[in-house]
Design a protein around this ligand. Structure first.
Ligand code: AOF
Ligand code: ZN
Length: 333
């Protein structure tokens, strides 16, 4: 197996554990034996549990001797909640380590040098873009800024409206798109909505399968806004209610709770507040081939009063989701 193929499998391992590791990064690792066969796979365990390398080495057992470890992040060098991965790799007799990204966390960094000192060949940078734009994107943002990464997701008509003039909005996007959103919810740490959305839609913000059954992992539901939630609202007893309109207060509170990756689901007032504050890191739009002509827009008061204030985005991906367009875009900086 080539290193690229092994790294693709390591990325798949990290995707498998995504949403279960915060505030630790979802790392993936594959062990190749001396002849280049994949003999161990691992992903980071929930906080306090084993790191990806340790999981993969456990599966490989003695076959790791003389082999290669292919891992999405530089192996850690520190005694944190768990012992250093560098030690585990050295003890297992690994001869070559290939990692995609260096660890930006100063406490854990330096693993590559330690491994080299132990006579192990270390290569860095393989598939770095795939990892930094994929499974480790939110955590890298969190490590760099101290704030959770925010994806603003909305579903709108082709003319950018999220409801008809009378407020009815079920269902603008297709069943396939709604299903995708439920799967996405299980990969994130928290979902934010505003009090207006609670009043209007009474969402549960749970991740459910096609039959409406809850998926195994649920994100933390968060409601922002100063007004009380209506009596009997589904979120009344389940959500964290943050009585503020300041996105930075919301993000600081969530960071303190170990939240790394956030989905902002609206509505337009909250989206506007986050846009004005420059706190939207990615836009995920489901655009349905339907025209409403009137009705509320996806975002209100984004702080744009003239064209030079426009929030310009770079589209990084466009795919079809059933009949809908799914657009992923990031703000230009
Ligand atoms: C790795 N492999 O799978 C992960 C790493 O508190 P600890 O001991 O769990 O260490 C957490 C830090 O280790 C985390 O901030 C990051 O720098 C690194 N994560 N390192 O070698 C892994 N998840
Ligand atoms: Zn480690």
């Amino acid at each position: 197996m080539t290193p690229e193929d092994a790294m693709a499998l390591a990325i798949a391992e990290s995707e498998r554990v995504r949403g279960t590791t915060s505030p630790n990064p979802p790392v993936g690792c594959v062990i190749l034996d001396e002849r280049g066969n994949a003999v161990g796979f691992g992903g980071t365990q929930p906080i306090g549990g084993a790191h990806a390398e340790v999981m993969a080495l456990k599966e490989a057992g003695t076959k790791a001797q003389g082999g290669t470890a292919v891992v999405t992040l530089e192996p850690c060098s520190h005694y944190g909640r768990t012992p250093p991965c560098t030690e585990a790799l050295i003890e297992a007799g690994i001869k070559h380590v290939i990692h995609a990204l260096s660890d930006p966390n100063p406490r854990a960094a330096g693993g590559a040098d330690l491994l080299r000192q132990a006579g192990i060949t270390v290569d860095s940078g393989l598939s770095a873009d795939l990892v930094s734009n994929g499974p480790l994107r939110a955590w890298l943002h969190y490590a760099r800024t101290g704030r959770p990464h925010v994806t603003w997701k909305y579903a709108a008509s082709l003319d950018g409206r999220i409801a008809a003039q009378d407020g009815t909005s079920q269902w603008i996007s297709s069943e396939i798109s709604r299903k995708q959103v439920h799967e996405l919810r299980t990969k994130l740490d928290a979902i934010i909505v505003g009090t207006n959305t609670v009043r209007k839609d009474d969402p549960a913000l749970t991740a459910r399968d096609a039959d409406g059954m809850p998926l195994p992992r649920q994100p933390l539901p968060v409601v922002v806004g100063k007004s009380d939630l209506p009596d009997g609202a589904k979120l009344q007893h389940t959500a964290l209610h943050l009585r503020t309109h300041d996105p930075d207060e919301v993000l600081a509170e969530l960071a303190g709770r170990g939240v790394v990756d956030v989905l902002l689901e609206g509505g337009p007032t909250v989206a506007g507040a986050f846009l004005r504050a420059g706190r939207i890191d990615r836009v995920l739009a489901y655009v349905a081939p339907v025209l409403l002509g009137d009705g509320p827009a996806a975002v209100l008061d984004a702080g744009v009063s003239t064209i030079t204030d426009a929030v310009r985005l770079t589209v990084e991906d466009v795919t079809m989701s059933g009949p809908d367009l799914r657009i992923s875009a990031v703000p230009q900086i």
